[in-house]
Design a protein around this ligand. Structure first.
Ligand SMILES: *Cc1c(COP(=O)(O)O)cnc(C)c1O
Length: 217
């Protein structure tokens, strides 16, 4: 796969459900990818990336931004409270606000800095015990709490359970967002981004379909 073939598939999925491709931000997920692959996609002109680990992102993006100019980098991995400060300084959005202690920490850092990037609340739509995110039944309260802390909420994010049809999860996330007056929907990965677009995704997070399979270790 290449960037341009993914962009074509995004345009086709949008056309099929009568949406404007401009409404869908493609986050190219560059975690653990070799630098030459990331540089190749930067050279093709793509300027929105996603990372899962604060440490890895810190080691990569200050230099790449210096060489390629402004690049949006989104945090899409679990965020430890003790990494919240460097995360706020580095990232243009955080998609994994998933617990009150992190909300509190971000709120106090944001107040001190006088700025905060847009935040997405991660919802554990599959109610999987090992997965991060607030439970759907807790989402309304959590959103209200975060708003009470003046955090700038942009929308909701989910990672559907593996091996299940993603669409019911995407639809559930869209309903939760709508009833809370949130317009951002961060959902859809390499295997299901077209279904996510049909369900209303505004941010899709696509890694291996752009960069190739990740090799760990
Ligand atoms: C790794 C990751 C992705 C990208 O996954 P692919 O299947 O490679 O597209 C998207 N979202 C999150 C939260 C991820 O951790």
């Amino acid at each position: 796969m290449t960037l341009s073939s993914i962009q074509t598939r995004i345009a086709e999925a949008c056309f099929a459900c009568d949406r404007d491709p401009e409404e869908v931000t493609l986050i190219a997920v560059s975690k653990v990818q070799p630098l030459d692959r990331v540089e190749a996609v930067l050279t093709e002109g793509h300027r929105v990336y996603g990372e899962n680990y604060v440490q890895e992102a810190l080691g990569k993006w200050p230099d790449l931004r210096a060489r390629f100019g402004p690049v949006e980098v989104h945090m899409i991995g679990p965020l430890q409270t003790n990494k919240a400060k460097p995360a706020l300084e580095l990232f243009d959005a955080i998609h994994t606000l998933d617990r009150p202690s992190l909300a509190k920490r971000l709120a106090s850092l944001a107040q001190a800095a006088g700025a905060c990037p847009p935040l997405f609340v991660q919802v554990n739509t599959g109610e999987e015990p090992q997965k991060a995110g607030v439970l759907p039944s807790d989402a309304d309260d959590f959103i209200a709490t975060a708003r009470g802390m003046n955090l700038p909420l942009a929308g909701l994010m989910c990672i559907p359970p593996e091996g299940e049809d993603s669409t019911p999860h995407f639809d559930q996330l869209a309903r939760l967002a709508a009833r809370n007056g949130l317009t951002g929907l961060s959902m859809g990965m390499s295997s299901d981004f077209e279904a996510a677009i049909t369900a209303g995704a505004t941010h899709i997070r696509v890694g291996s379909a752009i960069f190739g399979a990740r090799t760990y270790g």
